[in-house]
Design a protein. Structure first.
Length: 178
């Protein structure tokens, strides 16, 4: 059975897996699916239809917007920023307020075992590979390969890491290591 803090708001049609914990002031929108054994930290927003795998840790004050999929075992550091619109505007060219059908959703995939450092920004429409690691404060603007270690603005590959987080010289070493 999942634990949901009394201050959290969980809308209809949400699935939360066994042994997951949803902490203070979270908001989980309709149709979201959170796997088992997850930890959803204080102030996290999970948008409608978002898919989150098993054993995922999402630290405080992260917004996981519509179009983001997070696979099993991912770590999302505090204040990570996901986006879902490549051309964000509040209004149309005629200054009318944008409606739900006035924009194009750009989906983002975070693959199993990846780790996203605190305050990193994940621009929509990309994939972050298995066991990849994003350094704190990085701005990720393009796909990140499996096991890659990326840092900076824009984020660039500076090495590779094993599933245990040990830095190695090549992607092949990372795939063989633990």
């Amino acid at each position: 059975m999942a634990f949901i803090h009394p201050s959290a708001e969980v809308e209809a049609d949400v699935i939360i897996g066994a042994e997951s914990k949803v902490w203070h002031l979270c908001h989980i929108r309709r149709g979201a699916h959170i796997g088992s054994e997850c930890v959803i930290g204080r102030g996290v927003f999970v948008d409608a239809g978002v898919q989150i795998g098993n054993r995922v840790k999402i630290q405080n004050y992260v917004s996981v917007f519509h179009g983001v999929t997070i696979e099993d075992g991912v770590f999302v550091g505090p204040h990570v920023c996901f986006t879902n619109d490549m051309f964000p505007r509040a209004v149309n060219v005629d200054m009318s307020l944008k409606a739900a059908d006035d924009w194009v959703l750009s989906e983002t995939l975070i693959k199993a075992g990846a780790a996203l450092g605190a305050n990193s920004t994940i621009v929509c429409g990309i994939t972050i590979g298995r066991w990849a690691m994003v350094g704190s404060g990085s701005v990720v603007t393009k796909d990140v390969p499996d096991y890659a270690l990326v840092v900076g603005n824009p984020a660039r590959i500076i090495g590779y890491v094993t599933p245990a987080g040990k830095r190695v010289a090549t992607q092949e070493e990372a795939a063989q290591g633990s």
